[in-house]
Design a protein around this ligand. Sequence first.
Ligand code: GRF
Length: 210
Amino acid sequence: MIRQTPYRLGILGSGKGSNMAGIAEACIRGQIPGQVALVLCDVGDAGILAKAKERGIPAQYIAPGKFRTKLDDDAERLYIERLRHAEVDLVVMAGFMRILKGEFLRAFAGRVVNIHPSLLPAFPGLQAWKQALDYGVKVTGCTVHFVDQGVDSGPIIAQETVPILPTDTATSLHERIQDCERRLYPRTIAALAEGRISMRGRQTIWTSSS
Ligand code: GRF
């Protein structure tokens, strides 16, 4: 069935916003049949806010409250309220550095995705590219997954590999992984927007576009 209204994305970020920019451009190009309806950020001077405003996308800073790794209850409620008000179909975490708790995940059940810079379940958590380099693996990559209450533990939707070169530093490897993210995230969000991804247990099944 063809959707009448454009698919609406709510993006959460704390950093530079390169994934957000890539997703917004994919919407404009028509690769994603949708639009970025709202950007929310927990860091007042983060690049993602400026990048959103340059593109005419509504963007707001919402103070996270007193915790370092999660939103406090009042802040989480505000995030939910703003995203609901913007009528988002999908919540896209793009470098958002806080864990989302039960109330948020229940409000958007099955509709929250994240991108992580490793081939999960290897190297969850912070600086995953550095973890991979230090461990000595030969291949790493990036993963798009549904978000659950754990850290980088939800069902995997898509992955792409990045080889680790003998000459790599943490910076060069991170850059190549981010190039990979900018390809994989828009492609995966497009498939979600087109209703081409379904679940069987923890497995996600892709249907090809007609
Ligand atoms: C990305 O590399 C993503 O893997 C991680 O945070 C980074 C965000 O970068 N979760 P940006 O803000 O999209 O530039």
